[in-house]
Design a protein. Sequence first.
Lengths: 172, 433
Amino acid sequence: MRSFLSRAGAWLYRRAENVIALLLGIMFLAFIATIVGRYVFNYPTGAMYELTVVVWLWMVLWGAAFVLKESEEIRFDLVYSAVGPRVRRVMGIILSAALLILYGASLPGAYKYVTFMKVERTDYLHIRRDYLYSIYILFLVAILARYAVLLWRELRGKGEEAADPTKVSSGL
Amino acid sequence: MNFASPFSLALIAIVALTLLGLPIGHAMIGGSILYLWLAGLDMGTAAEQLLNGMYSSYILLAIPLFILAAEFMNSGSIMDRLLSFCNALVGRWRGGLAHVNVVQSIIFAGMSGSALADAASSGKLMQVLMTKDGKYPAAFAAALTAVSSVIGPIIPPSIPMVLYALISDTSIGYLFLGGFIPGILIGAVQMGWIAYVARKRNFPVERAVPLRELPRVTWEALPALLMPVILFGCLYSGITTPTEAAAAAAAYALLASAFIYGGVTGRSIYNSLMTSARITISIGMLIAGALVFNYVVTVENIPRTLAAILKTYELSPAGFLIFANIVLLLLGCFLEGTTILLVFVPVLLPTAHALGIDPVHFGVVAVVNIMIGLITPPYGLLLFLMMKIADVTLADLVREVLPFLVVMVAALAVITFVPDTVLFLPRLMGYKG
């Protein structure tokens, strides 16, 4: 049962990865279509332009919710990597609890804002804004779930390993 | 300043959460939510700011496309040909391979917008070449790759400059042009230092490539050398927007590596997309956090307040630039570049504006500062990366980096106090600043 669950989890994770690669691929092709459309077919490109920003918004929030590993997030880890496992555990507990409280408190307001946006549609593709922005609710719920698991693990004493400093940066 | 005000508490929360190790993007969103909560404002505002901000930041789409272009170009055979081209140019000098390392970084900078990408792509290869048969000490080779990679985002394209364009409403095209001369200048001072130590430490000379072979070597590297030409051609002829130019460069890189250099498969395209998307998402979360937090900062009128405070000190533009350089260099010792750019630079901008400092000049100075921050201990990402690639200790690496740091800060001073080093090219192309 356990191995079935972890296999299913790994399968789902690979599908979530497929989504971000696909979204970036769409963005790239939409840009090429915009340039070609403008010069070769003299075709108005508002719809393609809008597609690229829609895809950008979804890619970042989807990826942050389901794909990005703890080790890939940009963080300040000078303190975290300098302390021993016991202090690290306490730090993990405090930050997960704080995030759960803050993100949890903002969830109703965010939900209200997103559902309120059903009155608007995007300019070219006429996508309902509440559908477009629903990714934020998905993102909040996924992050809440992730930090709930993290908190649970830290409380039981099975925390994460220290992160790799070259991977916790934006890689400028 | 009232320490119990919602803004102070939010700020304390962000700093505390960041120190505890929460990803910085989440810390900024969380702190901003706390501010809204304490100030009795609608907490849905966080969602509104994040969503509308991300949705209207069309300019940021250049980031994944620049990363993608560099990924497509980053195949082994392209790097080999680029290196033989650089070797034919400067290998005959004393300390030849060291010069090759810098020239390669300058050329690669024209294709990639990221210093870490530069170090990661050429770092391993250069390390092997330079330390083979004990030619160069491992720590010197590693230090050199780290410091030369800094040129990557100063010479366009540049991811930090895209971010600066977003926060300052400055033209990407002019910012990119402004980076050219400073980037070359930094490369030049590095090569100057190499020329000096090469004599002192008797570094080897490479076998001189006969001049008659130069056309062949150039021809083989030409498709890679052409990429910056394509990029800037699209950008400055007005054929495309800057973001579209990034897409055109990525398309060219894909075609060049598929038809000329070979080795492109569906799998490799997928991997390039995946790598680029992951890096983009990491940066994107930081941008999302900064968008929400900058809303709070604006509501509280912080940049203007700071501008007013600084005004009472009657700082001259030069005095302010020195102050800004010191602050940014110090921050760079402890913080990661995107964070400095998105959180601290916006606070300095109104003062720079009030003092009549040109926004393109200020942007390039800020980016050079932040790039130097990548090689300053204790927190220098390029140092960490090269420690891993070259298997040297931080102490040995820092000892070799320090002299480079000194000449680079000297170059930074020139860039800061001679604005023409930045503004000459943009003005040549019609910048009215």
